[in-house]
Design a protein around this ligand. Structure first.
Ligand code: IMP
Length: 449
């Protein structure tokens, strides 16, 4: 620990000054689609900017404002708060065509998009990334482990190229035509050869056609492109409060999720420093968003997964169909072993429980609090895909609530059984619940004391 004062010729008098930790993180604690967009939208008015730091157009955040529903994929949910900076930081992978389509659609509906900002260091999802994503999934379909069930938005191949470096294109390259063309002249034939060899049939990506297409997209994005690292640090220095919006979720995190059935980015709070350049010590409030039950899209182990009537009822009441792909989501009882693990990874200091209204009408509700594994019972999560496949959930059963919660607006109006459910979550996870969602609208969020 550095002490204040002078050591030798160096002055450390500033070294014990406290770091202002005025930033907030909102992250998903399950397999995505927890309702983070709605919480970000609710918190945006008390923050000065909303920042996406990971993932790409694979994410789907829905926000409902006054009966109008907005489905956002790349644009931060904070865009619905007029004039506020809505930032895509360098850790995101950007499909420029999808991004412009989204911005145009928002604009056409009267949303003020003037606050939109895009990092020059974000990586660009190219057509060959989407083709490769689809090809890999097709190859895996008949393999023993099965496909990952990706969104086929090119996310994995784009992040792979980021790590490869020599085959990567960054947003800053889109507004430097000579650089873009120089890179594509090398990359396009390489991708043509690789994808043809992967069995796609003969494929030829034309570097000049790609250069023209992406230069045009870059020109349209040019006014929004900037160095977001300095932008964010300048804001922090000036006392601004930043709100970081996690995409996908902790159990899909490339390092800490149910590997290999994960996405390709850092989706937890740990992804924020890497994805934005803002250090973790600036984050004073980390909110973990979780559904009152579990869902998963795509492949991979899911210990509490349900089939039959209960699954059907939750899926229909919760409108559990993918925002990005429209796929029906797999549904299951709440897995608190998983949530406890995610809360630990993220260091969350408050929970947000969403979609509690969906559980109305069940006589009893089951909650998984530990796993039976081949070597005994455990309260620890097993993020390895194969290990997790082998566990059996051990459930605690509690009384359900018959009342419709969608019109409840205050804590005291929550039925006792619903409160008991929230208390069980708090006890098992060891973190307080701060907000409860009882419907999709902005108004349907209850703050707990
Ligand atoms: P990818 O991100 O398209 O590569 O997909 C990898 C896995 O993450 C698949 O199982 C997807 O269904 C899942 N996934 C990616 N993004 C989201 C999300 O925002 N919500 C839910 N699942 C997601």
């Amino acid at each position: 620990m550095l002490q204040s004062g002078t050591v030798g010729s160096r002055d450390f008098s500033n070294s014990t000054q406290p770091v202002a930790a005025a930033c907030t993180a909102v992250v998903g604690l399950q397999w995505g689609d927890e309702g983070k967009g709605k919480i970000v939208d609710a918190l945006a008015p008390t923050h000065d900017a909303v920042i996406r730091y990971n993932g790409g157009a694979n994410a789907g955040h829905s926000v409902q404002v006054g009966g109008e529903r907005y489905a956002l994929h790349l644009v931060p949910s904070g865009i619905l708060n007029p004039g506020k900076p809505a930032v895509i930081a360098g850790g995101v992978v950007v499909d420029p065509e999808a991004l412009l389509k989204e911005l145009d659609a928002l604009s056409a509906r009267g949303v003020d998009i003037s606050g939109f900002v895009l990092s020059d260091r974000a990586h660009v999802v190219m057509p060959y990334h989407k083709d490769e994503d689809a090809l890999r999934e097709t190859m895996l379909k008949n393999a023993e482990g099965g496909e990952i069930g990706t969104t086929r938005r090119g996310i994995g191949p784009c992040y792979a190229d980021k790590a490869n470096r020599s085959s990567a294109i960054r947003v800053g390259d889109l507004i430097r035509p000579a650089v873009l063309r120089r890179k594509l002249v090398v990359i396009a034939p390489f991708k043509s050869a690789v994808l043809s060899a992967m069995g796609s049939g003969p494929r030829r990506y034309d570097p000049h056609q790609l250069a023209e297409q992406f230069e045009r997209l870059g020109e349209r994005l040019r006014p929004s492109i900037t160095d977001t690292v300095y932008l964010l640090h300048d804001m922090v220095t000036n006392g601004s409060r930043l709100l970081f919006e996690g995409a996908n979720a902790t159990l899909l995190d490339v390092d800490h999720g149910t590997y290999p059935f994960v996405t390709a980015s850092g989706c937890s709070v740990l992804g924020i420093p890497a994805g934005t350049g803002v250090p973790g010590v600036r984050i004073g409030d980390a909110l973990g968003v979780m559904k009152a039950y579990s869902t998963r899209v795509g492949g991979g182990p899911f210990p509490t997964e349900l089939q039959g009537d209960v699954a059907h009822r939750i899926r229909e009441r919760g409108r559990e169909y993918g925002t990005t792909t429209g796929r029906p989501r797999r549904v299951g009882w709440l897995d608190l072993v998983a949530v406890r693990y995610s809360a630990m990874i993220n260091g969350v200091n408050a929970l947000v429980v969403t979609l509690l209204d969906v559980l109305s009408g069940f006589e009893e509700i089951r909650v998984c609090t530990s796993y039976q594994t081949p070597s005994g019972e455990t309260r620890r999560f097993l993020p390895d895909g194969d290990a997790l496949k082998a566990v059996e959930p051990i459930y605690t059963t509690i009384a359900g609530f018959g009342e419709d919660l969608s019109t409840v607006r205050s804590e005291r109006d929550l039925p006792p059984a619903a409160r008991a459910y929230l208390a069980l979550i708090e006890r098992e996870v060891g973190v307080k619940v701060r907000y409860v969602g009882v419907g999709p609208d902005r108004q349907q969020t209850i703050a707990l004391s």
